[in-house]
Design a protein around this ligand. Sequence first.
Ligand code: EPU
Length: 432
Amino acid sequence: MEYLVINGGKRLQGEVTAQGAKNAAVGVISAAVLANDICIVDNLPNIEDITNLIAAMNDLGIKCRFIDEHCLEIDPRNIKNHIATGPSVTKIRASYYLIGVLLGKYRKAEVAMPGGCNFGNRPIDQHIKGFKALGAEVFVENGLVKAYAEDLTGTSIYLDVVSVGATINIMLAAALADGTTIIENAAKEPHVVDTANMLNMMGAKIKGAGTDVIRIKGVKELKGVEYTIIPDQIEAGTYMIAAAATGGDVTVKNIIPRHMDSLTAKLCEMDCSVMAGDDYIRVIGPEKLKATNIKTRAYPGFPTDLQPQMTALLSTAEGTSFITENIWESRFQYVDELKRLGCNITVEGKAAVVEGGGRLTGAEASATDLRAGASLIIAALAAEGRTLIGNVRFIDRGYEDIVGKLAALGADCMRVDSKEQAKKVKFMRELG
Ligand code: EPU
């Protein structure tokens, strides 16, 4: 098993470039399946979730070919079937977009129930409600979501919960439907807007993406385009938090600063200096961080996908912080692992109380999911001594070359193949 070894206590300094957004990329490359020609998608992050989605698309006969590491050519013209069941489908959450595009384009889809990080119950009832409202017959049988339609007809769909996945999936299915679909109580996340922008370039008629009412006027066909994915708000935020946790001075480049507003506000409340330019943000961590409170909410609220990293950061701040998780029913599973490094956190249902300011010390801990892994990295960077992080595969799902990027900022970190190898790693500072 692979591990990350981090020798903490080093101030991060320098520049890091954000990758393309994972959760936009999965929507955008799925949208390409709806085209009647080749699409080229640039700024794709080189991460496991994308590799798995591409593998699932290739299995369907959608020809995906990398032009370079971050640029993918997608040829959906010779699709072989509408049944997606391979292991790559069940490993990721975003395979649910294959239901939307196959149903939208071919009026039939059979896709294995999606996987993804385990935060307790992750229903897809709102996706199914949307497909049914468009006129599809949808049922779950033998672990597959099966959806069939003679015709898809535009209609009004009110989402009972604000759902990124359901909003994007309904847009995908409705883009080629007859008539106009209205999604009410839609998600406003940047990845929803990015997927809508891609679809509009392809010839779709979507208005209102980024607000809570989206109107999709169905068209007869969608053409091939070249599209560049937006920067990753969560990856960028993780490096901003890493800067704060180490009293560092880090500039995150290639970002859309507006997407970072909720995090920027919290870092300022904690006494960090945050300066934003057109496409970068510089974060300077203070000597002593102040405690604050976090409540996760759908965009533009504070993102749940930065909550675990913030919990680690708040463990290094003086005083008591309160964190309320409003999106996922069980997203504090990582807390027991953070405690191994000395974090003092009490969880009660959807709330956590962080008693910050204690000494963090390196330990052996395991990532329980993608952002849980990122939170361990933050704590390890701030801790004294050496931390060994297991289950690196979770981190690979969403972070491209995180070790290389942190090392370039001055972190002592390394990826190793085994615990034995980890023991042999000699960091310069440990050698004196
Ligand atoms: N929900 C329902 N029914 C549905 C869909 C969602 O009740 O049909 C509920 C969920 O249980 C949750 C809330 O609605 O309580 C929001 O879920 P959403 O559908 O927005 O989540 P998702 O689309 O499955 C995406 C990201 C997640 C991120 C959430 C929230 C992708 C592939 N995943 O998931 O990203 O946490 O939105 O912003 O886009 C991550 O990147 O680490 C990650 C987990």
